[in-house]
Write a protein that binds this ligand. Structure first.
Ligand SMILES: O=C(O)C1=C[C@@H](OP(=O)(O)O)[C@@H](O)[C@H](O)C1
Ligand SMILES: C=C(OP(=O)(O)O)C(=O)O
Length: 426
């Protein structure tokens, strides 16, 4: 059980320095690469994100970790149960990873994880030769993985529009497959920068690839000895851009971020430039400043950066900027149905997010700023963090289940306190 908090911000300015934790996306790739490299690759700057801590525990000790179900552990020499809680990347990456291990596991997760589809990845792994069965519902975790994959083919096809994590999972194990892998991506590819991140990190670890048209090929090859550094998390940085956008005056220094990043979410600098936020890379970080500027951009395509959707939509709603958004198709299968969650919570300030044929438009006609607002978080860290900046406008903002932020950014509330937000019991 986790408690709610009451957030407020005396004064409408935001000044200070923030040290962000490592990217959970980079870290979880690095951890799997480290595990597959038999010690040749070492992860540097392991993230504090709970999803990374979970994966690190599973890979380093191969132990069952407790998820939110708190079921008793069942571990014997034949069958281990691994519970990754709400960690989507851990679920998908481990599904592929365990097909290569000389052990049998049941891979499970939180109640929500059991509703997040995995069938597309399981089908591709079965085609490669893996033995995987569903324990409860066809197409969803928990799954029973037999291990010791005997490769039947090096060529598989996978649908690209549901989650890029399936593709990353296959690419991460590709070099270990005796025949390598030719992965054909069918149709649209969503969240493309995450696939590019995977290939770039594999490259750093000595694994070459060839991407031609819709086929990514990785031959069987060895990892090289190297360190894999994890950059600070740009998705976490996005909430500081929101704060700058909603403050009257802001000067925020985010340490460790650089102009070139493997993370597609670094595009937040470009997105927020539309809201008058300048990003200056200097002194080992990025300095955000606020300039008064009329907002003209009306259409935001977030297909390459779905984790920024809540950040950008909440800022537009708070500023009464009636923008249109595309590329939100995958939001419905994330930690919660993020479209529904946004619609419910924005309605509390009179804003509508209207869905029309894969296009979403904000209607701010009825917008008002309440004296107090209660934000439900739906077990979704990004609901808590995307709405928190509203404390610059709303005198009392109660946020449900504050601990939910642990998934990617455990220090979020203490970092807010450092720049002058008040975080209290409601
Ligand atoms: O590969 C990754 O690290 C991620 C890919 C994205 O998921 P989808 O590919 O399912 O959109 C993103 O939303 C998630 O937070 C992290
Ligand atoms: C979608 C997310 O995570 P995952 O899919 O890894 O659970 C996220 O962090 O926004």
């Amino acid at each position: 059980m986790s408690a709610n908090i009451l957030l407020s911000k005396p004064g409408k300015t935001a000044n200070g320095t923030v040290n962000l934790t490592g990217s959970k996306s980079e870290c979880n790739r690095a951890l799997v690469i480290e595990a597959l490299s038999n010690g040749k690759v070492k992860v540097q700057n392991v993230s504090d994100a709970a999803d990374a801590v979970t994966l690190s525990k599973v890979l380093s000790y191969k132990l069952q970790v407790a998820g939110d179900t708190e079921e008793p552990t069942t571990h014997n020499t034949q069958l281990t149960t691994v519970n990754i809680g709400p960690a989507g990347t851990a679920m998908r990456f481990l599904t592929a990873y365990y097909t290569l291990q000389p052990e049998e596991v049941i891979l499970t997760g939180s109640a929500r994880m059991k509703q997040r589809p995995i069938g597309i990845l399981v089908d591709a792994l079965r085609e490669l030769g893996a033995e995987i069965d569903y324990v409860e519902n066809e197409g969803f975790p928990p799954i029973h993985i037999k291990g010791n994959l005997e490769q039947k083919t090096n060529s598989v096809s996978i649908k690209g529009s549901i989650s890029s994590q399936y593709i990353t999972a296959l690419l991460l194990i590709a070099a270990k497959l005796p025949q390598g892998l030719d992965l054909h991506i069918d149709g649209d590819l969503t969240s493309r920068p995450y696939v590019e991140m995977t290939l770039a990190m594999l490259e750093q670890a000595g694994i070459k690839h060839n991407w031609e048209g819709n086929v990514i090929s990785i031959a069987h090859q060895e990892f090289k000895e190297t360190a894999l550094p994890v950059e600070p998390d740009w998705s976490a940085a996005s909430y500081w851009f929101s704060i700058a956008a909603l403050a009257d005056e802001a000067e925020l220094f985010l340490t460790g971020l650089t102009a070139y990043s493997l993370q597609g979410d670094s595009v937040i600098t470009e997105i927020m430039a539309n809201f008058g936020i300048t990003s200056q890379f200097k002194d080992g970080g990025v300095l955000l400043k606020k300039e008064a500027k009329p907002i003209s951009k009306k259409l935001f395509d977030l297909k390459k950066c779905p984790d920024l959707a809540q950040t950008v939509i909440v800022v537009c709603a708070a500023l009464g900027h009636e923008a249109t958004f595309t590329g939100l198709e995958t939001l419905k299968i994330k930690e919660t149905d993020r479209v529904a969650a946004l619609q419910n919570e924005l309605a509390k300030m009179g804003v509508k997010l209207i869905e029309d044929n894969e296009t979403y438009t904000l209607d701010c006609g009825g917008k008002f700023i309440p004296e107090r607002m209660f934000i439900k978080t739906y077990d979704d860290h990004r609901m808590a963090m995307a709405f928190a900046p509203l404390a610059l406008l709303i005198p009392e903002l109660e946020i449900e289940d504050a601990q939910v932020v642990e998934k990617s950014y455990p220090a979020f509330w203490t970092d807010l306190e450092k720049v002058g937000f008040k975080v209290e019991a409601p």
